[in-house]
Design a protein around this ligand. Structure first.
Ligand code: KG4
Ligand code: ZN
Length: 337
């Protein structure tokens, strides 16, 4: 049978990304990162959409060239419909619509959260989760536990009621004076610290939902109080502070995963999003495999941070079912499965 070639475009936040897939295999996966936000300590929406406008044509060109696929060979174009920053989504959305129309090929609108989960089905020669499984999506923008019954039957079991996990890392890091995004630095210093040195309290949240804003405030007050007594407090205790913060965050995630496993009886856990790079969560999952018989799935890093290949795999499974969008489809800052 004829291969299916999908061009996928992701522009929900600050990275402009394009990928080309041949069926479920990735031929190219290009990301243009926007350095402009670092100096502001977070993503500035207005600057993000302007940079998407500058980046999108060259990023798509490079993705097609690197894949060795001509645009006339494409079967469909998949793009991120939402959730995300409206101005950013609109750039990728309108580009994709025009290109699909010009090439007279189908358009496929993709939910970004769906894509973080189906990223596990990109063909890499590694084991894939089987249905049903639990997905934990953790990044700078998301924190969700989803029960995945099939490619298109997903149910949110819990999500954050305020900050995302990545924000908890990044805002704590900011309190410690680290540059943005500070999550990876907390991870780095945590490796040599004592996770029990400074006990922080975990928030009490019903069911499978999360809350991280209380922890952020708790850490801020803790640092302010101790710095007032000893101005070198952070400098002298950096490793222990980072290990303690990371330990608390991991325990919050693990408690909810344990509850989700108990409630559903499902022991396959697929994690995604930038925070899945964290060594603490990876070690915790390895332990859970040993101690509780869980099976954990972690995609390759380039498919787990924001990328277009994951949009492409959702596009591919939609294509197989002839699930297409028409050109009046609208971008949505918030979106359900
Ligand atoms: O998926 P991602 O690249 O973009 C979105 O936010 O959607 O995730 C970025 C987030 C940031 O908050 C960053 O600090 C966090 O992932 N992160 C980490 C680590 N690597 C990335 N957090 C903790 N430990 C890490 N090793
Ligand atoms: Zn994301």
């Amino acid at each position: 049978t004829k291969p299916i070639y999908i061009l996928a475009i992701e522009s929900s936040c600050d990275d402009t990304a394009a990928a080309v897939l041949k069926n479920d295999q990735v031929l190219s996966n290009i990301v243009a990162q926007q350095a402009v936000h670092e100096q502001y300590g977070g993503v500035v929406p207005e600057l993000a959409s302007r940079a998407h406008q500058q980046n999108i044509v060259p990023v798509v060109d490079v993705a097609l060239k690197k894949a060795g696929v001509k645009k006339e060979e494409l079967s469909a174009i998949a793009f991120t419909q939402g959730p995300g920053l409206m101005g950013s989504l609109l750039v990728g959305g309108s580009f994709s619509k025009s290109m699909a129309m010009a090439l007279k090929i189908p358009l496929i609108a993709v939910n970004h959260m769906h894509a973080h989960i189906l990223a596990h089905f990109i063909e890499e020669g590694t084991p894939k989760p089987t249905f049903p499984f639990l997905a934990l999506t953790i990044s700078g923008g998301h924190t969700q536990i989803v029960q995945v019954n099939s490619f298109f039957d997903l149910k949110i079991l819990g999500e954050t009621t305020d900050d995302a996990v990545g924000e908890a890392f990044d805002k704590s890091a900011k309190t410690l004076g680290f540059p943005y995004p500070g999550g990876p630095l907390i991870d780095k210093y945590a490796q040599n610290g004592n996770p029990k040195a400074f006990p922080f309290t975990k928030p009490k949240v019903e069911g499978l939902n999360f809350s991280f804003s209380g922890l952020k405030t708790q850490i801020l007050y803790f640092i302010q109080k101790n710095q007032a007594i000893n101005p070198n407090f952070v400098e002298e205790n950096k490793e222990d502070i980072c290990a303690s913060i990371q330990y608390t965050i991991i325990q919050i995630l693990l408690d909810k995963l344990k509850l989700a496993v108990a409630e559903t009886g499902i022991k396959q856990i697929a994690i995604g999003g930038g925070v899945s790079a964290n060594s603490g969560i990876r070690n915790a999952l390895l332990q859970a495999e040993k101690n509780w018989g869980w099976t954990a799935f972690i995609p390759k890093f380039e498919y787990t941070t924001d990328n277009a290949a994951m949009i492409g795999i959702v596009g591919y499974y939609n294509f197989l079912e002839s699930h297409f969008s028409n050109s009046s489809v609208v971008s949505k800052a918030r979106i359900e499965f």
